[in-house]
Design a protein around this ligand. Structure first.
Ligand SMILES: Nc1ncnc2c1ncn2[C@@H]1O[C@H](COP(=O)(O)OP(=O)(O)OP(=O)(O)O)[C@@H](O)[C@H]1O
Length: 338
């Protein structure tokens, strides 16, 4: 378990992390989301003691990282700009790490296999592609067979096969009861594996929630209904957990807490003709953008894409086309988690 309390980091005038309170629990994948510059990496660096908090505390399984007797066996972390000697092979890099931490050689072979590095393990790490470097970083993070695994933007540079591999790896680590904390600025990517989400913007906590709740709160389960007799329909639909709103004089109503099918059936039962019955599904990207809109530090000039990250054509397309329907990715996620 990771427990952050009022965690704060200031660099001179700049407050990178601003009084964060959150808990990352074992047995699930927790996504750590936020636009560029939101403070994710800084938070992760403080979790493993690479940066000292200006205020507040963060512990892993009840202790500060440095106080653990065998930190590598407690927390495995992949952080950006991992330093690997370029002249050293992947195997020797892992072997050296293992040696200094009292980890047996067979574990090095295991993580090499696990990370899919078997064919390149003897090559110089300096010749590795970004994706291979990520795999090596992940192998190093898993070397100590840690109870807590923390990965900063792990899909960076990975090809589709690598992305799939990461998803399966994270899910299986959580299924083994480990604490899995993974950062990303890509909502769609995180939502495919994470059960829980911690969303930050400008160093502050914006949401501590589940994917399903985030979509629900963003109005993801609203149905638009149009009828000649909105007042009667409103009475017919009224009930616990159902919220019906509409402007005076308008034929349109917005209904939450009841599905389109049920609304249609109730209206038919009472002989109320409907002109329109449209479920509105908010995409995860939309929900994320709504949440972080005011907290985006670096705005792109093209608009339409992920805030602060104009260079993501796939997601920019998703965001633009999101409209009233879920993206394929959202639908897949919704099927899994809702
Ligand atoms: N060593 C530092 N000195 C000064 N400012 C820093 C330092 N490290 C981070 N920052 C600033 O703190 C803020 C948070 O940065 P951080 O890298 O933690 O964000 P992030 O959410 O990980 O972003 P990204 O998704 O782009 O990696 C940014 O504004 C960044 O410029």
């Amino acid at each position: 378990m990771i427990d952050a309390r009022q965690l704060t980091k200031r660099y001179g005038e700049k407050t990178a992390v601003d009084g964060l309170d959150f808990v990352v629990k074992p047995g699930t994948v927790t996504g750590f989301l936020g636009p560029n510059g939101a403070g994710k990496s800084t938070t992760m660096r403080m979790i493993v003691g690479l940066d000292a908090p200006t205020g507040g505390t963060v512990t892993v399984n009840g202790r500060h990282y440095a106080r653990h007797r065998a930190p590598l066996q407690e927390v495995g972390a992949l952080l950006e700009a991992k330093s690997v000697h370029p002249g050293r092979s992947a195997y020797h890099h892992l072997r050296a790490l293992a040696l200094t931490h009292g980890i047996p050689r067979r574990r090095v072979d295991e993580v090499v296999e696990l990370a899919g590095l078997g064919s390149v393990a003897r090559k110089r790490a300096g010749s590795f592609s970004l994706g291979m470097g990520q795999r090596l970083g992940i192998a190093a993070a898993l070397l100590g067979d840690p109870q807590t695994v923390m990965l900063d933007e792990p899909v960076n540079g990975l090809d589709p096969e690598g992305v799939l591999w990461i998803r399966r790896l994270l899910t299986s680590l959580a299924a083994e009861g480990r604490t899995v904390f993974v950062s990303s600025h890509l909502m769609g990517e995180v939502a495919l594996v994470a059960d829980h989400l911690i969303v930050v913007g400008r160093g502050r906590l914006l949401a501590d929630t589940t994917v399903a709740d985030l979509v629900r709160e963003a109005g993801g389960d609203t149905v638009k209904v149009a009828t000649q007799d909105p007042a009667r329909l409103r009475d017919v639909l009224a009930g616990p957990g159902v919220d019906v709103t509409g402007r005076a004089g308008s034929e349109e109503l917005q209904v939450t807490g009841m599905g389109a099918r049920e609304i249609g059936l109730k209206a038919a039962e009472h002989g109320i003709p409907l002109f329109e019955l449209t479920p509105r599904t908010v995409s995860l990207e939309e929900a994320f953008m709504d949440l972080t809109r005011d907290a985006v530090e670096y705005h792109g000039s093209t608009g339409g894409g992920i805030p602060g990250d104009p260079g993501l054509p796939g997601l920019a397309g998703t965001a633009r086309s999101a409209g009233n329907t879920a993206t394929a990715e959202t639908a897949e996620t919704a099927g899994r988690t809702v």
